[in-house]
Design a protein around this ligand. Structure first.
Ligand code: FE2
Length: 302
């Protein structure tokens, strides 16, 4: 298969103006366009027109996630594979959203809307791609480098894992299981990132968090400094995950959607064996230093 990466996520937010202010001035994303209901944003080290779409709604959460395929003709092939596996699909016409071509749409076994696309306008990275500087001069706030991954919540993690592995040719990097082998969390990648998408056992259609790559441990610390400085609600001060070995801090956007500033992490290959964490070590798996579950982590979903 030719899925390049998770390319975008659309979040529902309660107050569009307040949210745009947060994702630009605090997180450091750039607004690249807007239409009647939504604002489109990208990070400085991304080429495509947007990776985050914010849409005003009555409740927070995730509207959809979308994966970019390498070739336009991959979408037809993907459509057939998804249908043969037993999920229905539909097509979203080009131009339905700003700067986007057509998209193939399905619903994951966890109830989340998932899209696949190839065509999207290109803007380019903030430092240019000829003799580029390592980072731009005008970084704002956290200075997010790219949208990295998301953690979604749902019940059928076995089904979600099989769909991503069997249909989309993803590889499972890590998992958290109960004593009888039931999956409590599953981590899946189509790149060499520790995860492009992951799922946590819980109520269907929910969002756990959006992970933004910030490059270094120092930038994770800086993200937490800025949370305190600007009164952003923090859930986890800078720490490490056992799962993925990622360096992390968790906090919430103004609508209550959880964000993560993330760096480091493993660099898995497709022939690596799956790393297994057992439920009795779940605290250490998720919060490697504290080794105890933070109550809100397993309870606050949007
Ligand atoms: Fe994460």
């Amino acid at each position: 298969m030719s899925i390049l990466r998770i390319g975008r996520i659309e979040l529902r937010v309660l107050d569009l103006k307040e949210s745009v202010d947060y994702y630009t001035r605090f997180m450091g994303l750039t607004e690249t366009g807007r239409d009647d209901n939504s604002v489109y944003l990208k990070a400085w080290d991304e080429y495509d027109h947007h990776s985050l779409v914010l849409t005003e709604a009555d409740s927070p959460g995730v509207d959809h996630v979308a994966f970019k395929v390498r070739h336009a003709e991959d979408l037809e092939d993907l459509n057939q594979r998804i249908n043969e596996w037993g999920l229905s699909t539909e097509w979203l016409a080009a131009g339905s959203r700003l700067a986007e071509g057509e998209a193939l749409v399905t619903t994951l076994p966890t109830g989340h809307r998932c899209e696949f696309y190839h065509q999207i306008e290109r803007i380019g990275i903030a430092v240019g791609n000829t003799n580029p500087e390592p980072w731009p001069d005008d970084l704002q706030g956290v200075g997010v480098q790219r949208f990295d991954h998301c953690l979604l919540v749902g019940n059928d993690l076995e089904g979600a894992t099989r769909f991503f592995v069997e249909v989309l040719d993803f590889h499972q990097s890590e998992r958290l299981i109960t004593a009888d082998g039931t999956m409590l969390a599953t981590f899946l990648h189509c790149t060499n990132k520790a995860h492009d998408i992951a799922f946590l056992k819980g109520p269907d259609t929910k969002l756990h968090h959006v992970g933004f790559y910030v490059g270094t441990w120092d930038n994770v610390l800086k993200a937490a400094d800025l949370q305190s400085r600007h009164g952003v609600r923090t859930e986890l001060t800078p720490s490490r995950h056992g799962l993925t070995r990622g360096l992390t801090t968790y906090f919430f956007d103004p609508s209550g959607n959880r964000n993560e500033a993330y760096s480091g992490g493993t660099f898995p290959y497709y022939d690596d064996e799956v790393v297994t964490w057992t439920e009795d070590q779940a605290g250490k798996a998720i919060f490697f230093h504290g080794r105890e579950m933070i109550e809100t982590f397993g309870e606050v979903f949007t």
